[in-house]
Design a protein around this ligand. Structure first.
Ligand code: SAM
Ligand code: DTB
Ligand code: SF4
Length: 343
């Protein structure tokens, strides 16, 4: 019987999962994973920073905040044709989703037409589209949807009670409000967080509780391991035990059985063995391509070799009779996909 989709997770329940012997936790997560997914398939997204640095916010982890001296040069919003060239390359390399990121607190209304042009162009290439642009008004979310946006990424980043230690220029409620505007617009949500910022295990459970108790589980849940960047306030934070990261992936999988759990930032510093444990714990998505937004990611050759070593294949996008995408969901009514991805 499939696990219940719950929105009433209690902190203690998630903490109890965190506290299981690792083999037992992995077994439970792997069991839930198989109820909804083929565990050999991993969804592959490529990121592009379409507007880098110069951000007015003070997120303590972020190399793009203007106020920290991290060596990231601020750029203007890229031209749509440059973005499309990168999207073509990502598709040729095997990505199925292309995510455009901008270092904004929120977009200005005058930015929206140019971003909409990028989205429409990427969609026309046959890629799923994702954007992460900061806080959105309801009208902006509608405009992005009309341009062909599939997913909007907006992370809760950490537990509500730890957020004020990490970000001071906005509130947790601002994040929840944007997520509501995104859902109301009918967009799919990509929402996760960062672990390894000096939070406690209880706060890690608190992040996953906040995600799992949203009105709808996010379609994608990126779990980032903090990439420590010199010049940011979190540089020098004690490194998280890698097994604790694996536990966070496993608990995310159990609490959000139908979501794509993405092994996100931090992979460059992980061994193949640690990444394999994350896939066994229920991660079934990655960022693919040499760069995240401003920091490094494994090169594509290393990822292709990793997939080959582990017997993993890129997850195709399945389209139902109404033309709706269902990446990864294994429903009988969904037609067989075209495989064919270089990864
Ligand atoms: N400015 C927008 C916002 O903050 O929502 C979109 C871009 S922002 C860079 C997207 C996400 O990247 C953040 O929510 C955070 O989870 C992640 N991120 C940023 N810096 C990171 C770091 N050093 N390590 C891990 N994840 C990071
Ligand atoms: C997410 O959760 N992780 C990605 C994506 N969403 C936009 C970003 C990671 C950024 C890591 C730091 C950098 O490269 O600047
Ligand atoms: Fe700006 Fe986003 Fe970085 Fe925060 S995470 S400083 S909002 S780019």
């Amino acid at each position: 019987m499939a696990s219940e989709i719950r929105h009433d997770w209690r902190r203690e329940e998630l903490l109890a999962l965190f506290g299981l012997p690792l083999p037992e936790l992995l077994f439970r997560a792997a069991t839930v994973h198989r109820e909804h997914f083929d565990p050999s398939e991993v969804q592959v997204s490529t990121l592009l920073s379409v507007k880098t640095g110069g951000c007015p916010e003070d997120c303590s982890y972020c190399p793009q905040a203007q106020r920290y001296h991290t060596g990231v040069d601020a750029t203007k919003l890229m031209e749509a044709d440059q973005v499309l060239e990168k999207a073509r390359q990502a598709k040729a390399a095997g990505a199925s989703r292309f995510c455009m990121g901008a270092a904004w607190r929120s977009p200005k209304d005058r930015d929206i037409p140019k971003v909409a042009q990028m989205i429409a162009g990427v969609k026309a290439l046959g890629l799923e589209t994702c954007a992460t642009l900061g806080m959105l008004s309801p009208g902006q979310a509608d405009a992005l949807r009309d341009a062909g946006l599939d997913y909007y990424n907006h992370n809760l980043d950490t537990a509500p009670e730890f957020y004020g230690d990490i970000v001071h220029t906005r509130q947790y409620q601002d994040r929840l409000d944007t997520l509501e505007h995104v859902r109301q617009a009918g967009l799919k949500t990509c929402c996760g967080g960062i672990v390894g910022m000096g939070e406690t295990r209880e706060q890690r459970a608190g992040l996953l509780q906040a995600l799992a108790n949203l009105p709808a589980h996010p379609d994608s849940v990126p779990i980032n391991r903090l990439v420590q960047v010199a010049g940011t306030p979190l540089a020098g934070t004690a490194e998280l035990d890698p097994f604790e990261f694996v536990r966070a992936i496993a608990v995310a999988r159990i609490a959000m059985p139908r979501s794509m759990v993405r092994l996100s930032a931090g992979r460059e510093a992980m061994s193949d063995e640690l990444q394999a444990l994350c896939f066994m714990a229920g991660a079934n998505s990655i960022f693919y391509g040499e760069k995240l937004l401003t920091t490094g990611n494994p090169d594509t050759g290393r990822d292709q070799a990793l997939f080959a070593r582990l017997g993993l294949v890129p997850m195709p996008v399945r389209v139902d009779a109404d033309g709706h995408d269902h990446p990864g969901t294994v429903h009988a009514d969904i037609t067989a996909p075209a495989r064919g991805c270089a990864a």
